[in-house]
Design a protein around this ligand. Structure first.
Ligand code: DON
Length: 298
């Protein structure tokens, strides 16, 4: 891990996301790596304990909560589980599918996933979602209010997608409420160490390695990891699997979590992104570690 950190620290390609204005303030030099095992041990280098908003890395964990609530078959039926091969915020992906389904790891499917979190009111759904993600992390996660307000003021595309989904009966709550809960979810603050431990929970059949809590079932873990393998890095998911050989999930704040089933997870945080919205140093460091540690599943 130290070799990976030293090797990629000076990488200068990529750009910090700025379509959410608050994310443009991120430090392009920030770089942290953490690996966590299913036995609860973790190893970190660099900025592994610096908080950042989770963004899309929340998506597989919210999907896991929805699979637990509805069952994996119904969740797949309502949301779809096939890769779109298109950018994360694509409207065309939704329009091109005959059933208007995408998958839980792109914005349209993720907003639909959030709309399925059980609860009688928006606050009940939010409490359940935040509590669920906190159980994965093993600590109470808090929102970055600045990132939330910034995204809520500029996310008209997500609002549009939610209304479109509702029109196709592919959204399961009020569209504006669904986008609001989704935007709060994306603003939850985590560290690379949190993401590694959350990923290690998926690696260990749903058992949180530090608290020992069974957060989700082994069957849900398998379903979530399958969707991460096919769609976790959006239109780059195929080349990711080709090089790294592991399920992963990226987010626009620069986090990537990668799961080694049965063993643990690696999380990297570094804000500069490639054109698809995936952390440049995150991809390089994870690929290096997958090779060096012999983690490729194939
Ligand atoms: O909805 C959005 O656009 C953001 N809250 C999350 C997108 C994201 O992280 C995509 N990642 N690469």
């Amino acid at each position: 891990m130290e070799t990976a950190y030293a090797r990629f620290r000076d990488e200068r390609t990529g750009h910090v996301a700025d379509y959410i204005p608050a994310l443009a303030k991120a430090d392009p030099d920030a770089f942290g790596i953490c690996a966590a095992g299913t036995g609860g041990e973790s190893f970190a280098v660099g900025d592994a304990d610096v908080p950042f908003s989770i963004q899309s890395v929340s998506k597989p964990f919210v999907f896991a909560l929805v699979c637990e609530a509805l069952g994996a078959a119904e969740a797949a039926e309502r949301l779809g589980v096939d890769a779109t091969g298109m950018p994360f915020n694509s409207v065309m992906a939704l329009e091109l599918d005959a059933d208007r389904a995408t998958n839980p790891l792109v914005n349209s499917g993720a907003i639909a996933t959030t709309s399925l979190v059980p609860g009688a009111t928006v606050e009940e759904r939010w409490d359940r979602l935040r509590a669920g993600l906190s159980r994965f992390a093993g600590r109470a996660l808090a929102m970055d209010d600045d990132v939330y307000a910034s995204e809520a003021a500029t996310n008209l595309r997500n609002v549009g997608i939610a209304h479109l989904l509702r029109g196709y009966s592919r959204l399961f709550s009020d569209p504006d409420e669904a986008v609001d809960v989704y935007t709060r979810q994306c603003s939850l603050l985590v560290t690379a160490r949190d993401l590694a431990i959350m990923g290690a929970t998926l690696a260990g059949g749903g058992v949180q390695p530090v608290t020992g809590e069974q957060v989700i079932s082994p069957d849900t873990c398998r379903r979530v990891l399958a969707v991460m393998a096919t769609a976790g890095l959006y239109e780059r998911s195929g080349s990711w699997l080709y090089d790294v050989g592991l399920p992963g999930k990226s987010g626009v704040s620069g986090g990537i979590v990668t799961v080694s089933p049965g063993k643990g997870a690696v999380a990297v945080w570094s804000p500069p992104l490639d054109a698809a919205g995936n952390s440049v140093r995150g991809q390089l460091a994870t690929r290096f570690l997958s090779e060096r540690l012999g983690l490729n599943l194939f």
